[in-house]
Design a protein around this ligand. Sequence first.
Ligand code: HSE
Length: 343
Amino acid sequence: MEKTKLALLGCGNVGQGLLQIIHDKKVDVNVVAISDFKLGSVFCSDGLSVSKILDLLKEGKTLEDYNCNPSCCQGVMHKGWDVLETIENCGADIVAEMTFTDLKTAEPATSYIEAALKKGMHVTTSNKGPTALNYKKLSKLADANGVKFLIEGTVMSGTPVFNLARETFAGCDIKEVKGILNGTTNYILAQMENEGWSYEAALKKAQELGYAEADPTADVEGIDALAKVVILSNVLLGASIKPEDVPREGISKITLADVENAAKEGMRYKLIGSTKLENGKIIASVKPIKLPLSDPLTGVGGANNALTFDTDLLGEVTIQGPGAGRIETGFSILVDILKIMNS
Ligand code: HSE
């Protein structure tokens, strides 16, 4: 049987994490194309050598420095296709969309996903923009084309959220989900409480450690968590809400004194994203909440994320794990790929 053909759209941290996992675990897929804004683009109908690509990128070279072995593909490799040209010409079965996120327009990622679905390709994405703004539209398009549109990595990277809800909670009604959906802010609040750092010092360190978005406003003002609340509402609770429907408050006004006073009361601040369905209406928000230490969310340290599902048959179930990272998010894409391959 022919191997499943995979194309990577975007080859930054997440794409390189995915390639590393495919290489290390000898995942049985054929990576036929990779297209990236910064690193260029390469296609080979016989499949690219993943170890050669990883070596090139480690050496600071681009995808266009890649060359096939003389015995490979009889010269039908191609370099320089942009993302849309790659989708049009690569013949992949599955597209992994990992380009940059834009929470205002969700472009160009939405157009890429649409183009791939219309070509009859399955799509997996870790991209919050197109999922928060266009999940229903893209899912319908996938259904109409008989393919899957999977999004495991959009919330809590590879820590299972959507697979857990879809498969392990099958038969349960999820009434509410709430949790810590942003690692940067969790790290900042934890460092303020544990180390007595100021908000500014903790943010600086979170940036140095690579937790924060390129513009950390998205983290500290709750915009990143908001995108995830919208995704959770629309995917798990069947809502059709937009980011502007959700009240949002970040942590930038929380002072060291606030954190210390909360600790004296046996409480702890966490930035909580929550969404629930009440009388057919979605009630969702992102805001800092002072929680009693008996709440499992208060035990979540560092840059970790956590989510409490309130279900009808099990009551509350809380999971915690990484919410970001190269390998962790690469793994979320792998999970979706394996699901598509095994279905
Ligand atoms: N900047 C985000 C965080 C990355 O700190 O959680 C994942 O969306």
